[in-house]
Write a protein that binds this ligand. Structure first.
Ligand code: IPM
Ligand code: MN
Length: 362
């Protein structure tokens, strides 16, 4: 039985609500399987700016460095989005945390759940059977290059990558492909960008180490189209930071809702687990946010702890919620459940208390 220290960063908007449900499910896992998880709540994002002036206070960063894993809700607030001249922004906290923990590999699984095929705006026959993994590089590229304004008022954001930054995530993506359908697609813009040409060069150099993995290369504009046209063609997608950010939101349409997509950010130190979605400020406090992305992120955390049975129990409970149509309103506007009801249903499922049925709230 394991003992793990988990730092929880609920963040902003619906972050605290979805995090609360992920913690509920982790507590159910601890109870059912006899583990000991402790939860240490810290400030990050807009809430941290309000309380301390900094989006990533020293105490939060220290706690994350000492944790076994970090669970993050979401960060961001419209009062910063609508103010381009704000000097301090919530996103700076997240980016600094990723960098400081060395979380260079962001893994975003995308699944077209059988139960939800009808909920996607895409045709069911087109998306059925989709099961892909996006490996998004997370600590380089245009997000972290030099940025600023020149004296004449021109703005710039430099995009840089070195061999080492590409090599380390490429090996992880190849290893993931080995354990899946042995197919890796590098998405880049090598017809235009020098950084993309380096990505191709490095990946071509590594490919012979993984002879069983078939590698192909797609330009990002084409990939954006292929992802919607024929998502089943993909197994592992490897890409740089910003392309991965954009393609993963696009891919969520295949799953049926951005509220279903989890992610794991891995690297040198403790892993960080967070939903792909943002802070969804319009929904804050309404109990309508889908907690499944956060809960599946917790399942990825269990996998990371080396607890595959526990992760499977969480996923099975999630799938059961989908089958029983215990869904939040973005998926089921007519007859929906609250964030807390969905979380509780899944936690009951983990505890094997499935006979404790919930009744529809409306
Ligand atoms: C994500 C988010 C972040 C990103 C923002 C909040 C900085 O969109 O995790 O996908 O762009 O990486
Ligand atoms: Mn994003």
């Amino acid at each position: 039985y394991l003992s793990k220290r988990i730092v929880v960063l609920p963040g902003d908007g619906v972050g605290p609500e979805v995090c609360g449900e992920a913690v509920r499910v982790l507590k159910a896992v601890a109870e059912r399987f006899g583990h000991r998880f402790t939860f240490d709540y810290r400030l990050m994002g807009a809430c941290a700016i309000d309380a301390t002036g900094s989006p990533l206070p020293e105490a939060t960063l220290d706690a994350c460095h000492q944790a076994d894993a970090v669970l993050l809700g979401a960060i961001g607030d419209p009062k910063y989005d609508n103010n381009p001249s704000a000097k301090v922004r919530p996103e700076q906290g997240l980016l600094a945390l990723r960098k400081s923990l060395g979380l260079y590999a962001n893994i975003r699984p995308v699944t077209a759940y059988e139960q939800l095929l009808e909920f996607s705006p895409l045709r069911p026959e087109r998306i059925a059977g989709t099961d892909l993994l996006i490996f998004r590089e997370l600590t380089g590229g245009v997000y972290f290059g030099e940025k600023g304004r020149t004296p004449d008022g021109t703005a710039f954001d430099h995009c840089t990558y070195n061999r080492e930054e590409i090599t380390r995530i490429a090996h992880r993506a190849f290893r993931a492909a080995q354990g899946r359908r042995q197919q890796l697609t590098l998405v880049d813009k090598a017809n235009v960008l020098e950084t993309s040409r380096l990505w191709r060069e490095v990946v071509q150099g590594i490919a012979p180490d993984y002879p069983e993995v078939a590698v192909d290369y797609l330009f990002v504009d084409n990939a954006a189209m292929q992802l919607i046209l024929n998502p089943r063609q993909f197994d592992v997608i490897l890409t740089e930071n910003m392309f991965g950010d954009i393609l993963s939101d696009e891919a969520s349409v295949i799953a049926g809702s951005l509220g279903l997509l989890p992610s794991a950010s891995l690297g040198d130190g403790a892993g960080l687990f967070e939903p792909v979605h943002g802070s969804y400020p319009q929904a804050k406090g309404k109990g309508i946010a889908n907690p499944i992305a956060a809960i599946l992120s917790a399942a990825m955390m269990l996998e990371y702890f080396g607890l595959p049975d526990e992760a499977r129990a969480v996923r099975a409970a999630v799938e059961n919620a989908l089958s029983e149509e215990v869904l939040t309103p973005e998926l089921s506007p007519g007859a929906s459940y609250t964030t807390e009801q969905v979380g509780s249903f899944i936690a009951y499922g983990v505890l094997d208390l499935m006979d404790c049925h919930l009744h529809r709230s409306n």
